[in-house]
Design a protein around this ligand. Structure first.
Ligand code: GH3
Ligand code: MG
Ligand code: MG
Ligand code: MG
Length: 296
């Protein structure tokens, strides 16, 4: 609540307190702005004319902030100043109350404010949920290809800027078509979940593990050398083998994966798509070499 008139501050604070909310008071616009930034209140009730920043300037400052949470703004104007009301709403206020302040009127406006801020908080939650969902593969719970594109763009740009290396590993389940044919698609789905979990467990916390396609997984390994990536993938292949998923259609008798590794280095720096292409080509080498192996 911002007002340079101590009398209206008192009336307003009493009304807000009675509504069961916490009320902070400021005596001018600049103090109100500093207080706003520190406490991020749900609702701002502000006078029109104040020393420092006036009411509309305070509204504009609040609206210019790309904050996640919505601030509901009620402007206090003097009676009969229609132009002020219009200018205030255009500056970003949600509502206005005319002075002298009637505590009952403020109380009713706060009920509306509460409903609006709750709605905005719900929307923000849904938005975050959808953002998360759109980037998650529902079967394995791993990140999906959309998230891969976003993350790889960042890793690639950072590696370019700081001349760091990074590696990609394209992994593909061996003889998976025959696994589905023999054990059914539900068993196939469970196997994919288990493989995804094993890969995620083998990765460092800074690595990214993504479901790239049907039975293909892509690993993004920032600040990793090709040799380090090879060792990590060999551990991952062992981990998948150790899942002990019986596969009579595979020469090893178990479900296995193959992996192809590509590296981005200061000496060899193709664009991000090409780094994926090189991992894919290396995967082909691993398959041609007999599967259940890592190739560079
Ligand atoms: P390779 O060793 O050369 O990789 O042989 P493969 O049989 O694994 O390769 P192929 O590309 O012929 O078969 C991939 C199979 O993966 C076919 C497809 O039905 C299966 N698949 C893809 N996505 C899913 C899924 O979400 N669930 C199940 N159960 N199977 C899937
Ligand atoms: Mg005033
Ligand atoms: Mg495949
Ligand atoms: Mg396969």
């Amino acid at each position: 609540m911002a007002d340079d008139d101590p009398g209206s501050l008192l009336v307003a604070k009493a009304a807000v307190d009675r509504s069961g909310h916490d009320c902070l008071t400021a005596r001018d616009g600049d103090e109100a702005w500093a207080m706003y930034l520190e406490h991020e209140p749900d609702v701002v009730v502000t006078d029109w004319m104040m020393p420092g920043r006036d009411g509309p300037a305070l509204c504009r400052a609040i609206r210019a902030r790309a904050a996640d949470l919505y601030t509901y703004i009620v402007l206090l104007t003097s009676q009969g100043s229609r132009d002020d009301v219009l200018a205030g709403l255009q500056a970003g206020a949600d509502d206005y109350v005319t002075k002298p302040l009637d505590p009952f009127v403020l109380h009713t406006r706060l009920l509306v404010a509460q409903r609006v801020t709750t709605l905005h908080a719900d929307l923000a939650r849904y938005r975050d949920m959808l953002t998360q969902q759109a980037r998650t593969d529902p079967l394995t719970g791993l990140s999906n290809r959309l998230k891969l594109t976003e993350d790889l763009t960042q890793v690639h740009a950072r590696s370019q800027r700081y001349e760091e290396e990074y590696c990609l590993a394209m992994c593909d389940v061996d003889n998976f078509k025959s696994y589905n044919d023999i054990y059914g698609h539900q068993a196939g789905d469970q196997a994919l979940q288990a493989v995804g979990t094993a890969l995620a467990a083998a990765a460092r916390s800074s690595d990214g593990v993504y479901r790239y396609g049907g039975e293909e997984f892509l690993l993004v390994l920032p600040k990793q050398s090709q040799q380090g990536a090879k060792q990590m993938l060999e551990r991952a292949l062992h981990a998948v083998h150790a899942l002990n998923i019986i596969h009579s259609g595979d020469p090893t008798g178990h479900l296995t994966i193959s992996a192809g590794i590509s590296a981005f280095t200061p000496a060899h720096h193709p664009d991000a798509d090409a780094v994926i292409g090189e991992a894919d080509a290396a995967l082909y080498t691993a398959k041609a070499g007999g599967r259940n192996r890592v190739a560079l």
